[in-house]
Design a protein around this ligand. Structure first.
Ligand SMILES: [Zn+2]
Length: 201
């Protein structure tokens, strides 16, 4: 899929450039560094990388997500994260707070938190290894391909995420869900380790 990264594909309304603070943020940052270290979010489509988020409070759809066009790495500053407070599908409008625009896949994260109230963490990466071994690992793969960052892609993903917590977006990347940040991270590690054992067989 030769799709070029062209930035976010939703309208964005900023409620202010406040730097986001949250107790869980340092935990998320550790997983961002892990994603970078394990090549789970290599430079993609000429600029984007993976995007990780967590729900701020159960019962709400407010979440904190990596900012758009932000490489995952060690010691990311708080300014690399944006808080999302709403998404209006009719206007294709995301509203948030932070110093940068939120990840281009913010719609996908939003729709997952909306329809899966038990899920509190969403990790999305682009591991060539995991994609390669999807069949052998029996990971469900979306049927159709859609452009990154669109509501169509988000809805296609949701079809499988209703019954699975780890899926592949066809020819694109993976999504890992958890009740906690730790759980979404551990699920990713499991599949990555399984790839490594196939490689070593
Ligand atoms: Zn992606």
């Amino acid at each position: 899929m030769a799709e070029i990264y062209t930035g976010i594909k939703f309208n964005y309304k900023s409620l202010g450039k406040t730097i986001i603070k949250s107790e869980l943020l340092s935990e998320l940052k550790n997983w961002c560094a892990f994603f970078n270290e394990k090549n789970l979010a290599p430079p993609y489509l000429g600029g984007s990388s993976g995007n990780l988020s967590f729900r701020i409070k159960p019962g709400t759809i407010n979440f904190i997500i990596t900012a758009s066009h932000t490489a995952l790495r060690e010691n990311m500053p708080d300014s690399d994260f944006t808080k999302i407070v709403s998404y209006d599908e009719n206007k294709n409008l995301i509203t948030g707070k932070g110093t940068k625009e939120p990840s281009s896949e913010s719609i996908m994260h939003h729709i997952i938190y909306k329809y899966k109230p038990e899920i509190n963490a969403v990790f999305h990466g682009h591991s060539p290894e995991i994609l390669k071994f999807a069949d052998q690992l029996k990971i469900p793969v979306t049927k159709k391909e859609f452009e990154y960052g669109t509501i169509k892609l988000a809805k296609e993903a949701l079809k499988l995420l209703k019954t699975h917590n780890f899926i592949i977006l066809k020819n694109h990347g993976f999504i890992s869900l958890g009740k906690t940040v730790q759980e979404a991270g551990n699920l990713t590690i499991n599949f990555l380790n399984n790839c490594k054992s196939i490689n070593n067989e």
